[in-house]
Design a protein around this ligand. Structure first.
Ligand code: ZN
Length: 440
């Protein structure tokens, strides 16, 4: 017999029924059908034969052995029995309980260790301070914009990335991460929801969107409000840092528009394609304005949509042409000095507080070309076009004006000049371009 029985009853009728229920032949087949055993003993309503028998007898399968203690495995009904010996895999009840207790103990220890490490982390964080008068310009602008996006939570308790939605059109988490990496905003595990920090193997991981941040304390123990007020008085000196922040922000403004357009036409771009477009746009923004690049996006996305409807094309194939089309489009514009049209800001796409702060400091918005922003930033921080750069323009400008006046074509020269500037070229290039055209 492959099933070992341990009777818990002494009633001979019940014992007989139990033995008949579990009886098997040499091949492991049950001798009687369950349905044939149904009427032998009267059972309370709702009680199945299997559970009636289980209450009166423990059954152990000789074909299943506990890998740990080599005892037989207890089975609850016929379907759990095996006809042939099994490779040990399942623990017996006693060993399983031991195992569970060990696992539970280990889990508790890990939870306690997590708690300990987070407390230690909070303790270390609280000793770290920042001298806000020393932080770079781009970080000052980001903090001012963040304060405006989540006021009063930056200075008054904690905030999550989700709270910062109003900061920028896209990549909000990346901007917050910039501040975190600079040590200006700190994680505050004591304020985060349970489960925000967890073990992944031997490392502590976190659910980024649940992390609660706060402003790092000031070295001179100023209150958070005082820190922000102090930042408002900043005298800016880092042209490159500010221009790069404007590029980061403007890329986000262009990419949000691209996202909305692609959604409209069901173009599904891969992460890699989006990264490619992002790089192209970032370098184009050194010349053009955000609103000019919106018009490029608008045209290319529509072209791809009409491509998708053509024979031998499908949506993924058409969408995959978008990064290349954007690049070629911009190359053509630059090669042929084409003036890009400027789109106006869609109503549902606000500039974000970072855009507003940049606008207040530099007077730039989505219609300001990258060339212009670069000049403005340089001028703004007092390194305005160095005397030598200006002196270099003196001669070609004098020459151009002389020729223009002599031929009485002053107005057409000025119109062409304005056109080139609007197309995103700088003054030097425009003068040279017109001069060459006049000479040929
Ligand atoms: Zn065991």
């Amino acid at each position: 017999m492959a099933i070992k029985l341990q009777m818990l009853t002494e009633d001979p009728k019940e014992i007989e029924l139990i033995e008949r229920y579990w009886a098997v032949d040499e091949s492991g087949q049950y001798l009687e059908k369950v349905s044939a055993l149904g009427g032998i003993i009267e059972m309370a309503q709702g009680v199945s034969l299997a559970s009636f028998i289980r209450q009166r007898c423990n059954a152990f399968d000789e074909n299943q052995v506990c890998p740990k203690c080599a005892e037989l495995i207890e089975i609850r009904n016929r379907s759990e029995a095996k006809k042939v010996p099994q490779r040990p895999s399942k623990f017996c009840t006693v060993c399983q309980e031991d195992q569970d207790a060990i696992a539970l103990e280990a889990e508790k220890a890990k939870a306690a260790e997590l708690e300990r490490q987070l407390t230690e982390y909070v303790r270390k964080q609280s000793t770290r301070t920042v001298d806000y008068s020393e932080i770079p310009d781009n970080q000052v602008i980001l903090l001012l914009a963040l304060d405006r996006a989540i006021t009063p939570r930056l200075t008054n308790g904690g905030f999550t990335v989700g709270d910062c939605r109003g900061l920028a059109p896209r990549y909000v988490a990346d901007f917050v991460l910039q501040l975190r990496e600079a040590g200006l905003v700190l994680d505050d595990p004591s304020k985060a929801r349970p489960g925000t920090y967890y073990w992944e193997g031997d490392e502590i991981w976190m659910l980024r969107e649940q992390v609660v941040y706060r402003l790092a304390p000031d070295a001179a123990s100023k209150s958070a409000e005082e820190i922000i007020r102090g930042l408002l008085d900043r005298v800016y000196t880092d042209a490159e840092g500010i221009f790069n922040l404007w590029l980061d922000y403007s890329v986000a403004d262009v990419m949000r528009y691209l996202g909305a357009q692609c959604e409209l036409y069901n173009h599904d771009l891969s992460e890699q394609e989006l990264e490619e477009i992002k790089s192209t746009m970032r370098s184009a923004l050194e010349i053009y304005s955000v609103s000019q690049l919106w018009s490029v996006v608008w045209k290319v996305v529509r072209d791809a949509a009409s491509l998708a409807n053509r024979e031998y094309y499908n949506r993924p194939k058409a969408a995959a042409t978008i990064p290349g089309k954007i690049r070629r489009n911009l190359e053509k514009v630059q090669r042929e000095s084409i003036e890009l049209k400027a789109w106006s800001r869609p109503e549902q796409h606000p500039a974000g507080t970072l855009g507003m702060v940049l606008c207040e400091i530099l007077g730039v918005d989505e219609n300001t070309s990258g060339h212009m922003v670069s000049s403005l930033v340089t001028w703004f921080i007092g390194q305005a076009s160095s005397p030598t750069a200006e002196a270099e323009l003196d001669e070609p400008i004098r020459e151009l004006m002389t020729v223009a006046l002599a031929h009485d074509i002053g107005s057409s020269v000025m119109l062409r000049f304005a056109e080139l500037i609007r197309a995103g070229h700088d003054v030097g290039f425009a003068i040279e371009e017109i001069g060459e055209a006049l000479r040929s």
